[in-house]
Design a protein around this ligand. Sequence first.
Ligand SMILES: Cc1cc2nc3c(=O)[nH]c(=O)nc-3n(C[C@H](O)[C@H](O)[C@H](O)COP(=O)(O)OP(=O)(O)OC[C@H]3O[C@@H](n4cnc5c(N)ncnc54)[C@H](O)[C@@H]3O)c2cc1C
Length: 325
Amino acid sequence: MEPDKKNIHDLVVVGAGPAALSAAIYTCREDIDTLLIEKGAIGGLAAVTDWVDNYPGFAKGIAGLNLSEEMRKQAERFGAKFELDEVLKISIEDGLHRLKMHGGDVYAKAVLIATGSDYRKIGVPGETEFYARGVHYCATCDGAFYRDKKLVVVGGGNSAVQEAMFLTKFASHIDMLVRGPSFRASEVLQHELNNHKDKITVHFNTTTDEIVGAEGKVTKVIGTDKTTNQKKEFITDGVFVFVGLDPNSGFLVGSGVELDEFRFIKSDIRLMTNVPGIFVAGDVRSGATMQIASASGEGATSALMIREYLNEMNREGTSSVKIEQ
Ligand SMILES: Cc1cc2nc3c(=O)[nH]c(=O)nc-3n(C[C@H](O)[C@H](O)[C@H](O)COP(=O)(O)OP(=O)(O)OC[C@H]3O[C@@H](n4cnc5c(N)ncnc54)[C@H](O)[C@@H]3O)c2cc1C
């Protein structure tokens, strides 16, 4: 069956976070017909970030919601269209990319995947209640709010050790809660951690059971020492959880798009995946740096590469062009 011509777009962007919105600002401004499909909130994780202190151009910082609203308005000013739905599957049909959603299908000459990643949660009482108001998942983003404060870090892998060491720049003391009897982090990192003994106390075999607060602020973490079964309390001003990231790439199963060992999307230097016409930007990309500024930068880069790809397609009169490296 012929695809419904009304539903063919030059570009369909999956997601509407900073990477997607930045890409749309560029493509729409150049009259590339662009549809963004978002399953949650427009603005992505940036929209749920209380305060952003490190996005260039805002000397005093900016509320994440306001930053993402400005990005949305800017994209809309140039003609970006939004659809609130979830992309469930991508396949190729009649030389076009077909995106299956709950509400029907759309077709695209090019696709940008900008679906981000979700920080893995530990699922204990207090984690959701104090999300972004004492419970954090990104040290680069929120560490500086804890100058001379006490912190708890949860996790025992590479990122937990790296981020705990980074947080010593700010915190007066860090209690590190590791569920297992030893670290899963590399030997090199464990060795480096020894240089921070003055500020970091490691508690092995310790579960994190509850995050407790009062008047909207975190005050302590309750855990259990598994060797004695004794409850332990850690007085703290904040908690950083580093137990992994889950890229939002599940809908790509069967699409042929290549993922890395952690299910992040692989791309070439032009941010194109191994499937011609499917590009990737932001936190879901293998090698991403998980920041709003870098997601926006990748969005802009991918838009310029997509423009080149579409121009090439038009010149060649073909539907799947491989851009020369
Ligand atoms: C609490 C918190 C604080 C942070 N603070 C900062 C900070 O201070 N500074 C900073 O630079 N960074 C910060 N970050 C990180 C920053 O928010 C991310 O790096 C950035 O938002 C990534 O942008 P993105 O566009 O790649 O993805 P996201 O912002 O994650 O957007 C992806 C969007 O895609 C949507 N989506 C996913 N799958 C589908 C699908 N199948 N169909 C349709 N839509 C889909 C999601 O709903 C989401 O809206 C913070 C993150 C968190 C969680």
